[in-house]
Design a protein around this ligand. Structure first.
Ligand SMILES: *[C@@H]1O[C@H](CO)[C@@H](O)[C@H](O)[C@H]1NC(C)=O
Ligand SMILES: *[C@@H]1O[C@H](CO)[C@@H](O)[C@H](O)[C@H]1NC(C)=O
Length: 387
């Protein structure tokens, strides 16, 4: 078995060394030309509200985003906190899940999708440490994300086209590579790039046709022109010391609100929300790792209380990351937005299979649940369907 694992390792590292197999290397991006770069397919980076709307006419979007594998423990929280919520316009209130393959139960991924939530990509391996992602070649990113899209659609039995977004583990960028893979494989948006410079007013989503003016917190950042690919920037929260936290638990510092005090946490969430709501109404992201939040029930109930409040406000909408990009492409004022049809999705079914398969990568046995027939080996890099 050891020899098999070694062979797999060699195969993976030779893939790492392989030449960049994309069609062409794109040209360096130029400063944004506001005359040439127009919606719906191009937007310069910036804090201006799309469509030139005033803040009071702009829907305040709230995007709950969870990361990592979906399994029998965190699905319980997802059901309790998220299911059966509606926005004030009567449409379902939805969240986005950046799902990694390793340890995911695809029956639950199917359930999230069929409850109207967005399933997006968070890599096949979630490899540690973050330097793996920093140094990832085009081909590694292709295997981790483009192949994961095929894998997710197959094992969770959800439409390939419903998967449009990605987030790299550790919010670690890999220069142009991840964005070029997105462009070549038809992904719409990335949600990995955090900013500290543009939190108030906050940066709105933009495309990579031209040079980005966003600060680069986890270099290398892209510098090529990659037309039509959307960056949905991560706008951090700010903790009680004024320090930015891209993911909510990064606010769990010495000076964070008492983690066992729901009232203080409710107020803390509200204060962060209000920076957007009373500012330029850039989408308010709530980026969470369920496993880190779970030990603090008061933080979770503060979050539920916050959602109860915003689900009743006429100008606030809890939507998916994909819906935000769609609005930015065709921005309409709140009055018009409220009368639009709700987001549609194609319902699918799941006939669960319990799979126990050996990994040709490390020789171990893996169990997972699939909405498709069990694969021959554990699905992994270079063999996303485990054939
Ligand atoms: C673009 O970024 C890469 C690092 O990802 C760097 O090696 C290269 O020199 C940069 N190119 C330009 C034109 O700035
Ligand atoms: C939460 O904090 C507030 C303000 O410090 C305090 O008045 C309240 O008693 C605390 N609640 C609990 C349950 O500790």
């Amino acid at each position: 078995m050891k020899r098999l694992a070694l062979l797999a390792l060699l195969l993976v590292s030779s893939a790492t060394l392989a030449e960049d197999s994309s069609s062409e290397v794109p040209a360096a991006a130029e400063p944004c030309d506001r005359e040439a770069c127009k919606l719906p397919n191009c937007r310069c980076s910036g804090t201006d509200i799309p469509g030139g709307l005033t803040p009071r006419d702009t829907p305040q979007f709230v995007v709950l985003a969870f990361e990592d594998s979906v399994h029998e423990e965190n699905i319980v929280t997802y059901r309790r906190v998220l299911y059966n919520r509606r926005n004030s316009n009567g449409c379902a209130a939805s969240a986005t899940f950046f799902v990694s393959h390793l340890y995911s139960n695809y029956v639950f991924v199917n359930e999230l999708y069929n409850r109207g939530h967005e399933v997006a990509l968070h890599s096949m391996t979630h490899m540690n440490p973050s330097t793996y992602w920093r140094d990832a070649t085009y081909d590694v990113i292709k295997q981790e994300f483009a192949d994961q899209r095929v894998q997710m659609s197959h094992f969770a039995n959800i439409p390939f086209d419903s998967i449009t977004g990605m987030r790299v583990p550790f919010l670690q960028l890999s220069g142009d590579n991840s964005f070029r893979v997105m462009s070549d494989y038809g992904l719409k948006y990335d949600n990995s790039w955090a900013t500290n410079a543009y939190t108030s007013p906050a940066m709105w989503p933009y495309t990579l046709d031209y040079q980005s003016t966003q600060d680069c917190l986890a270099p290398p950042c892209p510098n090529a022109s990659i037309p039509g690919v959307w960056v949905n920037p991560i706008i951090p929260w700010v903790d009680l010391d004024g320090k930015p936290c891209s993911l909510v638990h990064e606010c769990f510092a010495i000076n964070s609100p008492d983690l066992f005090n729901e009232t203080l946490w409710f107020q803390f969430i509200l204060n962060n929300f209000e920076r957007h709501y009373f500012g330029n109404r850039a989408p308010f992201g709530v980026s969470l790792l369920e496993g880190v939040i779970y030990p603090f029930p008061q933080v979770l109930s503060a979050l539920e209380r916050f959602l109860d409040v915003i689900n009743n406000l006429d100008d606030v909408f809890m939507v998916t990351s994909d819906e935000v990009i769609e609005w930015v492409k065709n921005p309409v004022p709140i009055s018009q937005y409220r009368t639009q049809a709700c987001r549609q999705f194609i319902p699918t079914t799941c006939v669960p299979s319990q799979c126990e398969v050996i990994s040709s990568y490390d020789g171990r046995e893996y169990e997972f649940e699939s909405c498709n027939v069990c694969p021959r080996v554990y699905p992994w890099l270079g063999n996303p369907l485990g054939q």
